[in-house]
Design a protein around this ligand. Structure first.
Ligand SMILES: [Zn+2]
Ligand SMILES: [Zn+2]
Length: 330
């Protein structure tokens, strides 16, 4: 097994039981990076690398090319030999069944990236972990989340806790799992980044509402500040993998370009545009085009209208509404 170092801008664990401290180095499994020089005028930036080869397989979304569809999201992302599960679907069994249908062995998947706390993205985590724990105890063992994932949530002023991640974290850690909480963009393997919380520079309101989160001054509307994306830095540009995109795809793409590299954008996943009006869709795609959008593959909560709007700006083979079993190679 080859080991490389984790270069982290800031990856702070929330409890002493976890392993990370800010700017610590943790061995992660990965192929040798294709080194890229640190800019001379910005010596504080971490050493960066480009991913050479990326393959994505959709394992949960509404449309099903194979297996079964559901309202949720999950994708297997393979980068230079390292395999990452991005989100875990809604129902306990969906990703497990769809992985079997796609011929994917999850025993070789070391890390999980969770986009945010909503049930339709974390529902399969423990079932998946338990399915491999006896034969491959290090599989699906490390979970990357962004700060805010474990904040208390209520609905409609009622006091019942609705953030399942609070209980799920305890169960996951009891299974030997490790949770890493990111405050900022972090390179978890050469060319592989999690964004951490995304600054809301543009007024995108890409969430449904209805939940409250406990803030410093009391209960306020939950804007899902933990919403993060996985970004793969490749020769072809930045592949942005999004779960629900509650931070807004324009904010996410802007953040990725500001903190990782100013490169063309390839957008894949859920972007929560299914209820957006035509004006917001047009604005979104104009903004993305200005940020160098080169492909747009919508799943889950993206909506057909958003895909049609993207198609106005992109070649036909660079835009699609994708289904379970769909694959991408970059
Ligand atoms: Zn969501
Ligand atoms: Zn969702």
């Amino acid at each position: 097994m080859l080991c490389a170092a984790l270069w982290s801008l800031a990856c702070a664990a929330e409890s002493p039981a976890l392993v990370e401290t800010s700017r610590s180095r943790v061995p992660v499994e990965a192929a040798q990076p294709q080194a890229r020089a640190t800019p001379a005028d910005d010596v504080a930036r971490p050493v960066q690398a480009l991913a050479n080869s990326v393959d994505v397989t959709i394992l949960s979304t509404s449309k099903a090319g194979i297996g079964e569809g559901e309202w949720g999201f999950s994708a297997l992302v393979e980068v230079d030999g390292m395999r990452i599960l991005f989100d875990t679907g809604a129902k306990r069994e969906t990703v497990l069944r769809n992985a079997k249908a796609a011929g994917v062995d999850l025993g070789g998947v070391s890390s999980v990236v969770l986009s945010h706390h909503h049930d339709d993205h974390v529902g399969g985590l423990m079932r998946l972990r338990n399915s491999v724990a006896s034969t491959a105890p290090d599989a699906l063992k490390t979970v990357h989340v962004a700060r805010g994932m474990f904040e208390s949530r209520h609905v409609g002023g009622k006091r019942r806790e609705v953030n399942e991640m609070l209980e799920l974290r305890q169960t996951f850690e009891a299974s030997g799992g490790v949770v890493l909480v990111h405050d900022e963009p972090s390179q978890i393997a050469p060319g592989v980044w999690v964004t951490g919380p995304v600054p809301r520079l543009h007024p995108e309101h890409n969430w449904g509402g209805g939940r409250q989160v406990r803030g410093p001054t009391g209960w306020v509307e939950d804007q899902l500040h933990e919403s993060q994306a996985l970004v793969i830095d490749t020769e072809a540009g930045l592949l942005v993998v999004s779960g629900c995109g509650h931070a807004g795809i324009v904010n996410i793409a802007t953040h990725a370009r500001n903190t990782i590299r100013e490169a063309p954008i390839h957008a894949l996943g859920g972007f929560h545009l299914h209820r957006a009006d035509s004006e917001h869709l047009a604005w979104t795609m104009e903004q993305l085009r200005a940020l160098g959008l080169e492909s747009f593959y919508g799943a889950h909560c993206t909506g057909k209208a958003a895909v049609r709007e993207a198609a106005k700006h992109l070649p036909a083979d660079q835009v699609a509404e994708v289904a379970v079993g769909w694959t991408l190679h970059l």
